[in-house]
Unconditional design. Sequence first.
Length: 302
Amino acid sequence: MLPALPAPHGIWLPLITPFRDDTLDEVSLRRLVRHYAARPIDGLILAATTGEGLTLDAAETECLVTIAASELATTRRMPIALGLCGSHTAKLIRSLYETASWPIDAYLIACPYYTRPPQSGLHAHFTALADAAARPILIYNIPYRTGVNLGNETILRLAEHANIIGVKDCCADAMQSFDLLRARPPGFAVLTGEDALFHTALTQGADGGILASAHITPEAFAAIRTHLLEGDQAAALAAWRALADLPRLLFAEPSPAPIKHMLWRQGLIDSPALRLPMTQVSDALAARLDHYGTRTKSLIPA
C-alpha cells in the first residue's frame, strides 16, 4: 500500500546543496536543515534544479537525503520530496526502484527534457512512473527548461492516477495556470514554482508554492499565504509589495548562485560554491545582494 501523504500545500523549499572544495558540505547541510525546520516551511525538495541535482552522483544524493532526514527526525518532521528528471522512462523507473527504501515521502519529477515528446508520450511516461513508484509523485511542468509543455488536458488525465498528487506549475502561461486551477479535481495540488507570481497564484487558488526565494525570508512568504487564508487581501498585497523585489533579485543571474551568495553572507553555509558549469555571481550582483541583505529582517513579520 502506498504511504499516505496529504496533498502538498504551503511553502515548499527546493533546498540548495552546499558544496565545499567540490564535495558535499555535510556540516552546512545539517545547519541548513535545522534552520528551516524552525521556520514556516511545509516540505523540502532535495536534489532538484535549485539543489543542482544534475551534478550529484547517486551516492551524494543518497547522502543528502539521509542527512536531511536524520536532522528532521530530531527537530521537526516535515515531508521530503526527491527531485528526479530524465528523458528515458525505463531509466527513471530504475531510479524509482533504487530509491524506494530511502527516507523520502514523495518525488518531484520533471517532464522529459530535450526530446519534446507528444502529449500521448508524456501521459504514458508519467503513468508508467506512477505505476512503479513506491511514493506519490508531483509532476514538474517547466517547458522553458525542458522544451515541452504538459498541457492541461494531459495533466487532468494524469490527476486521475492515485499516485499522482499534484503539479509544480511553471508553464509560463497565465491562462493555462488559471484554467488548470479552475478544472483540477479535489485533492490534486497545484503549487506555483514561479516565485515572482506567488501572490497572483495564491489569489487564483493555488495551494502554495515551491519557492527558491523562500530560502531568504520564509516567514515573509508564509505570511502572505496566511493573510489570504484569513481573508485579509489588503494585508497580503501590502506584504507582497514589500517582498516582490526579492525574487527578481535572486533570479537576476542563474539560480541558485544568488541564493547561495546570500546564504553564505548569512552564515548558513560555509561557501557559496557551485559546480560547473554554474558559477558564482558577478561582483555587481554580489554588491546588490549584500545591500539587500541589510534590510531582510524588516520583511520578517513580528
